[in-house]
Design a protein around this ligand. Structure first.
Ligand code: PEP
Ligand code: MN
Length: 255
């Protein structure tokens, strides 16, 4: 699917499991988020975990599940690529390649991902400045790939009460400087499901073109990021509120 079609419906709402655990869980999540208004399905196949003993993702089988479920629910898909050796296979199965926060400085990986011509979901580095984030996005553009979605996902500060500090002021500032969609990820931005709805609302209110939200049909059994994953009914509520805010700002929603 081409980039224009993928981002046609506004706001751009990426939702789904942090990590793909089974086709059943992914499908249950996907069918519900689609009904609530999600426009892109997410699911991690290769998980960049801080602790090497934690669940690392199912790899290729997960890519196949994402492809199948995306097709079944008619949603384009996004998944993270963390290794240059996986770029081609990820590009075979997913519509958008995600460069995660930990790899924002991995120029080789970024170039290889960009070369596929697939849209790139480019997450802000854990402690990247706006200028670094913007400059490094030129590695994508220089490969002739002009299909980028920037994603603010929180940065590391002295504050430890939240997983990261969601830097919403960067959203209108980045939008003044680049001509690409900018979205907000309040899931990784806060690490706390109870903060996701308020910060998603704030993200849309400050001018973001969309959101990335982790959702799970049973967060209490999630193998990754259950604490920050919304239940299906919570995501439905988030969407109701977000649509209202988006409509009040721009006159209409197209989802
Ligand atoms: C993710 O979105 O799955 C993820 C790992 O996020 P981040 O790279 O922002 O930590
Ligand atoms: Mn996650």
């Amino acid at each position: 699917m081409d980039f224009k079609t993928i981002i046609k419906n506004k706001p751009i709402i990426i939702a789904g499991n942090c990590a793909i655990e089974s086709e059943e869980i992914l499908y249950k999540t996907a069918i519900s988020v689609k009904k609530s208004g999600a426009t892109i399905l997410r699911g991690g196949a290769f998980k960049p975990r801080t602790n090497p003993n934690n669940f690392q993702g199912l790899g290729l089988p997960a890519l196949k599940m994402l492809y199948e479920v995306g097709k079944e629910v008619s949603l384009p898909t996004v998944t993270e690529v963390i290794d240059t050796r996986d770029v081609d296979i990820v590009a075979t199965y997913a519509d958008i390649l995600q460069i995660g926060s930990r790899n924002m400085y991995n120029y080789i990986l970024i170039k290889e991902a960009a070369k596929t011509g697939k849209p790139i979901l480019f997450k802000r580095g854990l402690s990247a400045t706006l200028n670094e984030w913007k400059l490094i996005s030129n590695y994508i553009i220089n490969e002739g790939n002009n299909n980028i979605i920037f994603c603010e996902r929180g940065i590391r500060t002295y504050e430890t009460a939240t997983r990261n500090t969601l830097d919403l002021s960067i959203v209108p500032l980045l939008k003044q400087q680049v001509n690409f969609p900018v979205i907000v990820d309040p899931s990784h931005g806060t690490g706390n499901a109870s903060l996701v709805i308020p910060m998603a609302q704030a993200g849309i209110a400050c001018g973001a073109d969309g959101l990335m939200i982790e959702v799970h049909c049973k967060p209490e059994i999630a193998l990754c990021d259950g604490d920050q994953s919304l239940k299906l009914n919570e995501f439905e509520l988030l969407m109701k509120n977000v649509k209202k805010i988006y409509k009040s700002l721009y006159g209409s929603v197209e989802i």
